[in-house]
Design a protein around this ligand. Structure first.
Ligand code: RP5
Length: 164
């Protein structure tokens, strides 16, 4: 199976990345995590992106906060699908990173998930890999059934107290 490459702009983004690595781990999807910044280490970010396909990656997740150029900078250097996670910072609550990540000019797409949306980034990466991987597609179907059953169980628990 192709690997998921996860890049974050700073180790301060790790709590968001942990949500992604937990999800990928639960689905048995191989991944690598790196810290490459679009502005602090641009050469390393570029080298990783340019070589990602040859190095066995099928999709890249890029997480950054503030003036978040990372996902766009990575997408500029690969035609692998890139999923951007805007990370919340203390000043503008992540709106800065959300707009920086989602508002890509035409020609270089970044699939942007919610602010701090590490789990959904991993699930979207899994769904991309599952286009060519029937076993993974079955795992994703099973997860949805499991999640739906958990919601219905909560509904049943509510009923005893709130339906009179
Ligand atoms: C971005 O700036 C990083 O992705 C991080 O979210 C934010 C702050 O970085 P640190 O100052 O915590 O290293 O490049």
């Amino acid at each position: 199976m192709k690997k998921v490459g996860i890049v974050m702009g700073s180790d301060s983004d790790m709590p968001v990345i942990k949500k992604a690595t937990d999800m990928l781990g639960a689905l048995d999807i191989p991944f690598e995590v790196h810290i490459y910044s679009a502005h602090r280490t641009p050469a390393e970010a570029k080298e990783f992106s340019q070589n990602a396909r040859a190095n066995g990656f099928g999709v890249i997740i890029a997480a950054a906060g503030m003036a978040a150029h990372l996902a766009g900078a990575i997408a500029a250097n690969t035609t692998l699908p890139v999923i951007g996670i805007p990370c919340k910072s203390s000043v503008l609550d992540g709106m800065d990173a959300l707009l920086s990540t989602v508002m890509m000019p035409s020609g270089i797409p970044v699939a942007t998930v919610a602010i701090n949306g590490g789990a959904n980034a991993a699930l979207l990466a899994a769904q991309i890999l599952a286009v060519e991987d029937g076993e993974l597609a079955i795992k994703l179907d099973d997860k949805r059934k499991h999640d739906a059953a958990a919601v219905l169980e909560k509904d049943r628990a509510l009923a005893s107290e709130f339906i009179k």
